[in-house]
Design a protein around this ligand. Structure first.
Ligand code: GLU
Ligand code: MG
Length: 429
């Protein structure tokens, strides 16, 4: 009997789904060197499980999923599950070079270009909300809900600790059956990797405790949304200096930070096609939901698209200072979401944009005249297609396939009322 863990090598696709292949321990070393087989058209699988036809890849071609050792996530054996080492992979051509449509390569190249241009490293953390759908009703933020989720919750936190994710808070959230888990910031590619992995750990542990976890942006049209808030900061790798912070500037946002924000705001409508890409995502992105109620930058306002997060007095402000992008959810591929935000920020830094207005904390919810986010996914996809800047950041096969996958998800859910639509998306996310 072999007690070495199985090795599962995975990618995350345009539907935000994690898919891959396992090899036994005896094959792990060769899988690390050469990867495992994969198929280009797998990128055209929708959230509902079928390959979108036609797609640019068709039935031909071969790829390798080449695992990145830094992503190793160990799931110990349990009573009825073998131990597994889960790895995330780069999608490569047979000669080992990166595949131009690989979402992880998209993030990696955006980050590399950002650092080459600015000299700064991007640090990030993805904050996730989700629901355990089978729990009894309990009060927002309550001790009862925290306890009702155990031992799921403590096992999740322990597994994140074991794998070095640095869990920071595990909390019963506002909505019915809703929770939030936050992990410490890291270099941004690793943060996106951990977003992929964390979702699968949550789902996996939930299943093994008889719960059903969903990250659907909304499970009920009148209920709370499940967001993924992406926290971003910039750091000079040689001095450790914070690139977004300047104590002398409004809101503490440096001149460079203002330009970064300007790029994100200017392209926000196209960006949300990538960060909020399900037919239900834009029901969440509405005013007065504390998700993102419009295209604006604000200090400590949970309706903002970009929020300047609070810092703790007494502690080093520069090291805590970060911008939070709130218009993301877990139907998005974390690498595409991150890469798109970084490209937008870089575009802001390298082009002439007006300084964005920083809405003060005391502006409350009366934010007259702010630009609206797309009303639905078709409007966001049109914005992506029409944005002559954002659409060029993607390999054309990747962009075309992304739009085809999303269009098929729109077509397959056409005619559903909001409640049924929420249900349909919660079934697959
Ligand atoms: N649930 C909200 C969302 O949809 C976020 C609430 C919060 O600020 O934690 O994004
Ligand atoms: Mg929250």
């Amino acid at each position: 009997m072999n007690h070495e863990p199985m090795t599962f090598i995975a990618t995350n696709d345009l539907a935000g789904q994690t898919r891959g292949r396992a090899v036994p321990a005896s094959r792990a070393a060769s899988a690390h060197r050469r990867g495992v087989g994969w198929v280009p058209a797998n990128l055209a699988i929708s959230s509902f499980g079928s390959i979108v036809v036609p797609n640019v890849f068709g039935s031909t071609g071969d790829l390798r999923l080449v695992p990145d050792a830094s992503t190793r996530t160990h799931l110990p054996a349990s009573q009825d599950h073998a131990a597994v080492d889960l790895y995330l992979a780069d999608q490569c051509l047979l000669d080992g070079t990166p595949w131009s449509s690989c979402p992880r390569a998209f993030a990696r190249s955006a980050l590399a270009d950002f650092t080459a241009e600015t000299g700064l490293e991007v640090v990030a953390s993805f904050e996730h909300e989700f629901m355990l759908e089978d729990l009894d009703s309990s009060a927002p933020f309550s001790w009862q809900r925290f306890r009702d989720a155990d031992p799921f919750g403590s096992e999740l936190v322990a597994l994140l600790e074991l794998n070095g994710f640095g869990p920071e808070t595990w909390l019963p959230e506002y909505g019915e059956q809703q929770f939030e888990i936050t992990v410490e910031p890291t270099p941004a590619l690793l943060a996106a990797d951990r977003a992929v992995l964390l979702r699968e750990l949550v789902r996996d542990i939930a299943r093994r405790h008889g719960h059903r976890a969903t990250f659907a942006p909304l499970t009920d049209p009148d209920g709370s949304g499940n967001g993924v808030h992406i926290h971003l900061s910039l750091r000079d790798p040689s001095t450790g200096e914070a690139g977004l912070y300047d104590a002398g500037e409004p809101g503490g946002l440096s001149a460079l930070g203002r330009r970064f924000a300007a790029g994100v705001l200017a392209h926000a409508r196209a960006i949300t096609a990538v960060t909020a890409p399900s037919p239900v995502s834009f029901l969440r992105l509405a005013p007065h939901r504390w998700s993102a109620g419009g295209v604006f930058l604000a200090e400590r306002n949970r309706e903002a698209l970009l929020r300047i997060c609070p810092t703790m007095p007494g502690a080093d402000i520069a090291s805590q200072y970060n911008l939070e992008f709130r218009a993301c959810d877990a139907t998005a591929n974390p690498w595409l979401a991150l890469g798109t935000l970084i490209r937008a920020g870089l575009h802001g830094i390298t082009h002439e944009y007006d300084d964005p207005k920083i809405w003060p904390e005391d502006a409350g919810e009366d934010l007259a005249g702010i630009e609206e986010l797309p009303r639905d996914l078709p409007e966001a996809l049109a914005a992506l297609r029409e944005d002559a800047t954002v659409s060029t950041w993607f390999d054309q096969d990747l962009l075309e396939t992304f739009i085809a996958v999303k269009q098929s998800e729109i077509d397959l859910t056409a005619g559903l009322d909001p409640a049924a639509l929420c249900r349909r998306i919660a079934d697959v996310h």
